[in-house]
Design a protein around this ligand. Structure first.
Ligand code: GRG
Length: 289
């Protein structure tokens, strides 16, 4: 499969739909659109769409509002993550962060607006109401105090144990559960059976762990320009990361181990049918942005 081409095509579709959902109806929507529309790899919405399609979903009008909701939640998390009270970043996706352009208070509200609009979108589109209800529940759990909020709280907490267990807990909650949720919601909207939803959710979780490890590595070896944001910040901010705990080679080894586990799961399912996940795994492990 030509993954690069697939990602490009789906990104265009997501960008188009996002523009539609975020028409500048007020100054607040302008601040929301600033961070949600341009740039970014769109991996989470693409995971949702790809899973839906692989499992037999055919109707873009069912999945696009769900996929765009994923990206809005992601954009919200980036806006808040960049705030002075959190990671205090000036650049994201190669441009000034939301609070640098709109001010801190408006950036907080732009994030809040994106988050709530996402949940509204989860209940729209042509999908079944029961599947949409499951998506709402799933993403409330993924993003909530036993998911992303918890991961971020641990990430910024100064007094914590610097050990592998805490490290895995941060990465799992802050990043991996979102990847798992994006995949699971694609499966839910395709009305797939529970067993395959569970298995692919695991694949999503491991992809997310792999993704966050590569993010940690790129903070050490990457450059500002390719990353679109300041690198070498983890050490400055005393963050708990894979290179810090295991060294660069140890981090790379663990990234490869997640990739191999994903490969094993896919091979046991149906190599051809789920080839997208194999290709995406290699794309993530080799990424430089
Ligand atoms: C409850 C969703 C939510 C947020 C509130 C601020 C916060 C709590 C969480 C921040 C979580 C966070 C920013 C985790 C880092 C995940 C990560 C590696 C982001 C970068 O993702 P990419 O590379 O970004 O996919 P692009 O720009 O390509 O979309």
């Amino acid at each position: 499969m030509d993954l690069e081409r697939y990602l490009k095509e789906k990104k265009l579709l997501v960008d188009e739909a996002l523009k539609n959902f975020l028409k500048p109806e007020s100054f607040l929507f302008e601040a929301m659109a600033y961070s949600a529309i341009d740039g970014g790899k769109r991996l989470r919405p693409i995971l949702t769409i790809a899973t839906y399609e692989i499992l037999g979903g055919r109707d873009l009008s069912v999945i696009m509002p769900i996929a765009c909701g994923m990206e809005m939640i992601h954009a919200y998390s980036l806006i808040h993550d960049d705030l002075p009270a959190m990671d205090n970043d000036d650049y994201r996706r190669g441009k000034l962060t939301n609070h640098k352009v709109f001010g801190e208070a408006m950036a907080i509200l732009a994030g809040d607006g994106l988050y709530s609009l996402a949940f509204e979108l989860f209940t729209t589109g042509n999908g079944s109401k029961s599947a949409q209800w499951r998506v709402v529940r799933e993403m409330a759990q993924v993003t909530g105090p036993r998911g992303i909020v918890f991961g971020q709280a641990l990430d910024i907490k100064k007094e914590k144990e610097f050990n592998p267990k805490t490290l895995r807990m941060i990465h799992k909650n802050k990043t991996a559960k979102f990847f798992a949720g994006a995949v699971r919601c694609g499966a839910i909207m395709a009305e797939a059976d529970e067993e395959i939803t569970e298995i692919l959710g695991k694949v999503g979780l491991y992809l997310g762990m792999l993704f966050q490890i590569t993010d940690d590595i790129l903070d050490v070896i990457g450059d500002d320009k390719s990353m679109g944001k300041a690198v070498r910040k983890d050490q400055l901010q005393d963050k708990l990361t894979y290179p810090r705990v295991y060294g660069l080679d140890g981090a790379r080894f663990r990234a490869r181990r997640y990739a191999d586990t994903i490969q094993m799961i896919i091979n046991n399912l149906d190599k051809e049918r789920f080839n997208f996940f194999t290709c995406l795994t290699e794309y993530i492990i080799k990424r430089n942005f």
